[in-house]
Design a protein around this ligand. Structure first.
Ligand code: SAM
Length: 220
């Protein structure tokens, strides 16, 4: 148990607890045993350190499981609220360890003090994801003469955003055409070709930083 083995908590200590469903608690520990901790809730809050709007990233499964896992950890830190591992035409990887991925998300959630565990989908085919309707701003990252993601999200700080990122070999032109036909905006992340997980992290960072700026402007 983290509180006992890692934090070395004792009776009388105050700790912060999150439940992954959006709740944050300040707790005073009454009894601390090896496998059991009992405490009194002193304060309860909702949505602590959570983003103001939904941020979904669909990242194609990668040949390197480790690279995908790096994305999972960083995505939590950067405020991503939902993750979909994608199967696209050029996706070579097929296996995905959902339980292991969940453990990474939980550890990252605790580390960065969020209280909501991002939703993690099972791997889904791109065309299935593209067919879904929704009110979020939907983007597909692809190298080319497209507006930047930053331009696409400008003025949309309060709206949910979904960005799709391709596998090592990228999306096919047909996939991008199909996505645009389904209402997606093709967006560029700059002139350099980024690795998939870097691109996905950059997308999360761009949207999150843009929202923070919008929030600061609104409160000024
Ligand atoms: N040869 C592939 C191509 O030309 O599409 C490169 C794919 S890149 C390694 C993997 C994914 O990261 C791409 O499918 C795209 O979603 C995203 N990506 C990487 N660099 C990008 C950039 N500069 N602009 C937009 N998306 C980018």
């Amino acid at each position: 148990m983290h509180a006992v083995r890692v934090l070395r908590c004792r009776a009388g200590d105050e700790i912060q607890v999150v439940d992954g469903a959006g709740h944050w608690y300040r707790v005073c520990l009454n009894h601390v045993q090896k496998n059991t901790v009992i405490g009194t809730v002193l304060e309860r809050r909702v949505g602590v350190n959570e983003p103001s709007a939904q941020l979904h990233i669909g990242l194609a499964l990668l040949k390197s499981r480790q690279r995908f896992e790096v994305f999972l950890e960083k995505a939590v830190e950067l405020g991503v609220t939902a993750i979909t591992p994608l199967i696209t035409e050029r996706t070579e990887a097929r296996s995905f360890r959902v339980q292991r991925a969940r453990r990474i998300l939980v550890a990252a959630m605790k580390q960065c003090r969020r209280c909501h565990l991002p939703r993690l989908s099972v791997p889904r085919h791109l065309d299935e994801v593209l067919m879904e309707e929704g009110s979020v701003l939907r983007c597909i990252a692809h190298q080319g003469p497209y507006p930047s993601l930053l331009e696409a999200v400008a003025g949309q700080e309060l709206r949910g955003v979904s960005v799709l990122v391709g596998p090592e070999g990228g999306f096919t032109e047909e996939e991008v055409r199909y996505a645009r036909g389904a209402g997606y905006t093709a967006v560029s992340l700059g002139v350099r070709r980024l690795r998939s997980e870097t691109a996905a992290i950059a997308c999360a960072s761009t949207v999150t930083m843009h929202r923070s700026l919008g929030a600061r402007r609104r409160s000024a």
